[in-house]
Design a protein around this ligand. Structure first.
Ligand SMILES: Cc1ncc(COP(=O)(O)O)c(C=O)c1O
Length: 400
């Protein structure tokens, strides 16, 4: 460890706060480090490895494609892009799609599309309302749309045209809306913000407000999409439809791919408006198609619903039996455990020592995002480790 840590510090720009573990291999929900220690992985590549690690079907899909063609660019037509596009559009009931390589790029494209739509359809309206406590990425446009001063303060001047509203407060959206408002950009559940779940009808009320005022609703489902919350797309819990939908993370089951979908009324892009050399790369599309096919064309979504219930029952037990846990957040297999004290980093460290990789997304919140095919036994094991780790962290706090 010391050696790799030293080398990394020497040659890498120090932007990542790495956990001092070198992961060598994985299988399903488990990973192994360079000393053959095994961990249950509930960080899951930051909510990306939907099928777990080293899924044999995904490996075959990637290697089959790699033997034919790795990259051709969007100068040509490509079959894997079409196959993936069709299955995603069907699952989200959207009309048009475009692929990129990450979540931030998907949101960048959404911002551009909304602005062009505003020019053509709303007298040049360009302002986008974004939620406080949001996270939409790390590019200049997406940090401008993100409410976290730590990510923004050293990079000013930022992109103008974003106004922030209180999440879960429809009155604040109404107050911030002007003639210049072209879109509302929103995460259905704020993932990086601490797995903040809105009130039941909030998204419906936002949708109604958008309809009434000719405002586009852009839903950032980069973290919540692809089955993560127990349904294909989180907004489908509310039976609404966005005008623009962004995806990434779980889309490629670990491969770097993002996408933007929209309705046909909103698709104002024409050739040259946007592009990416690697976006929609055949290799990542072939892999993502395998993942999407498994998710939407087998009984996997049904089993995720069952797994979500099991996780919910286990977490409810944790809440009931443990006075240091005060609230549960999230839905499906994207859950937050809110602790009474700001000891989530200490608990997460204890969990790692006890064989569970888990993410302290806020000082008082642990985030759980296992692979979508996690087993009941693995969920039960994780619960035991979390319980034990909370007790250890509390004891450690009290001894100091
Ligand atoms: C809701 C949301 N949007 C955008 C992003 C940025 O995605 P990426 O890191 O792939 O650029 C993230 C990443 O955590 C996210 O959770």
């Amino acid at each position: 460890m010391k050696d790799i840590k030293r080398k990394e510090a020497k040659i890498f720009m120090q932007v990542a706060n790495r956990i001092p573990i070198t992961i060598i291999r994985g299988k399903g929900a488990y990973v192994w480090d360079d000393k053959e220690n095994r961990y249950l992985d509930f960080i899951c590549g930051i909510a990306t490895n939907l099928l777990g690690h080293a899924d044999s079907g995904l490996a075959v899909a990637i290697s089959k494609q790699a033997k034919k063609l790795v990259h051709i660019s969007n100068i040509f037509y490509s079959e894997p892009q079409i196959a993936l596009g069709e299955i995603l559009l069907k699952s989200a009931k959207m009309d048009k799609i475009w692929f990129c390589n990450s979540g931030a790029e998907a949101n960048e494209a959404a911002i551009k599309l909304a602005r062009k739509w505003g020019k053509a359809n709303k007298k040049g309206a360009y302002e986008i309302l974004v939620a406080k406590n949001s996270f939409h990425g790390r590019t200049i446009a997406t940090i401008s749309a993100t409410d976290n001063q730590n990510y923004k303060k050293d990079f000013e001047p930022l992109l103008e045209g974003f106004k922030f509203f209180e999440f879960n407060n429809i009155a604040d959206i109404k107050k911030k809306t002007t003639k210049k408002t072209v879109a509302i950009l929103l995460e259905p559940i704020q993932g990086e913000g601490g797995v903040v779940t809105p009130n039941q009808n909030y998204l419906n009320r936002v949708r109604t407000w958008c309809n009434k005022n000719n405002i586009l609703l852009i839903l950032d489902e980069i973290q919540t999409g692809m089955g993560r919350t127990g349904i294909a797309w989180a907004h489908q819990h509310n039976k609404i439809k966005p005008d623009i939908l962004t995806t990434a993370k779980g889309l490629g089951g670990g491969l770097p791919i993002g996408g933007i979908m929209c309705t046909k009324e909103v698709d104002v892009f024409t050739p040259g408006d946007h592009g990416s050399t690697f976006g929609g790369n055949v290799l990542t599309c072939a892999g993502a198609y395998y993942v999407a096919n498994k998710l939407f064309k087998t009984n996997m979504m049904k089993s995720i619903k069952g797994t979500s219930k099991i996780l919910n029952n286990l977490l409810t037990e944790l809440l009931q039996d443990n006075q240091d846990v005060v609230k549960l957040r999230g839905m499906g297999l994207l859950r937050g455990i809110e602790l009474k004290e700001n000891i989530a980093p200490q608990v997460a460290q204890r969990c790692i020592n006890n064989g569970l990789l888990i993410n302290p997304v806020r000082p008082n919140v642990l985030r759980i995002m296992p692979p979508l095919n996690v087993s009941t036994k693995q969920l039960k094991d994780a619960k035991k480790i979390i319980e034990k780790s909370i007790a250890e962290a509390i004891r450690e706090e009290q001894n100091v």
